[in-house]
Ligand binder design. Structure first.
Ligand SMILES: Nc1ncnc2c1ncn2[C@@H]1O[C@H](COP(=O)(O)OP(=O)(O)OP(=O)(O)O)[C@@H](O)[C@H]1O
Ligand SMILES: [Mg+2]
Length: 292
């Protein structure tokens, strides 16, 4: 492989020389030597892994839908596109755990946060809301309280003119900004127009009253928030909810950072109900299928 890449690189150099842009060729840095070294080994190890899995009869799980339907919902919303998949089942087992908390302690409003960016908060909140909305008797509300970098409207393909921020700043009636999604029983409150002081907005009595009002109208509310180490918003929102979940991307976030996130959540007077792990690969042995 290393030799092949060398040959390809030389051929590209030749082509550039012929085109007369030698200068560019000289200024374009060659990939570092370590990259060639590790790339070859990575490819070989992946091939070996696939071969071993096949030999042992293990099936690799599919994660996302290959195509998007007319709703335009993001293919990473697995519970929508691939409701029978093992991954959707994981969200359902999370649902069972949350339902048991709900029954025992009467909790119905949960904030989702993580220590850092891109750990899977928004997609977890969305997939979780979706599996809850499968329970026909439940009215579910999903709120995007990430007023810095909202993403749920993008995942749901909803063009929202106004949202939570507008209710808090412009006194818009809440019903005018709620979106009934194309998914049964699932209502969505987008973040709305970004303001200069999102933390102040979220810390207001208005926000607290809004959550209390919505709790009387919905059976379950999930609130997506920004990462807690980066911004105070998550702690503020979580303290207004009945509980909070900490999303942790396995293999990315280290223990000290997670400890710090837990401390911050506790300091904000939030009840941590549990941790949700993302980025885990599952393999289902074929013998499990036989007994299903
Ligand atoms: N369960 C999961 N397993 C593996 N990857 C995931 C999982 N959930 C989400 N991701 C990936 O993590 C990335 C970020 O997802 P998402 O937008 O949900 O994160 P986030 O924590 O909300 O990010 P941000 O802090 O920017 O708001 C996406 O590319 C997504 O594919
Ligand atoms: Mg997010």
């Amino acid at each position: 492989m290393g030799k092949i890449s060398d040959a390809l690189r030389k051929a590209e150099e030749e082509r550039r020389k012929k085109r007369g842009d030698d200068q560019q060729s000289l200024s374009t840095p060659a990939p570092p030597h370590w990259w060639e070294f590790w790339k070859d080994r990575w490819d070989t190890s992946q091939k070996f892994r696939r071969h071993q899995l096949k030999k042992r009869g293990l099936t690799q799980q599919r994660y996302v839908a290959r195509t998007i339907d007319e709703t335009g919902i993001d293919p990473r919303v697995v519970s929508y596109y691939d409701a029978d998949s093992y991954l959707s089942e994981q969200y359902r087992s999370l649902r069972t755990n949350i339902l048991s908390i709900q029954e025992e302690q009467g909790l119905k409003c949960f904030a989702l946060t993580s220590a850092l960016h891109s750990e899977g908060k928004s997609l977890t909140a969305l997939n979780l809301s979706l599996v809850f909305s499968e329970l026909s008797e439940k009215k579910i509300l999903l709120i995007d309280a990430d007023l810095h970098k909202p993403s749920l409207h993008y995942y749901l393909n909803i063009q929202a003119e106004n949202g939570l921020a507008d209710v808090l700043t412009k006194d818009l009636p809440i019903d005018s900004v709620l979106h009934q999604t194309k998914i049964n029983n699932l209502t969505f409150l987008p973040a709305g127009n970004l303001s200069d002081n999102p933390s102040d907005l979220l810390e207001s009595t208005k926000m607290k009253n809004l959550i209390e009002k919505l709790k009387t109208e919905y059976d379950m509310i999930f609130i997506d928030t920004p990462p807690i180490i980066v911004l105070t918003d998550a702690g503020i929102v979580a303290s207004m909810c009945d509980g909070a979940f900490l999303v942790v991307k396995v293999g990315k976030t280290n223990r000290e950072i997670i400890d710090r996130a837990v401390r911050l959540l506790k300091n904000s007077n939030s009840n941590i109900e549990g941790t949700i792990l993302t980025n885990i690969e599952y393999y289902i042995p074929t013998y499990i299928y036989k007994y299903l």
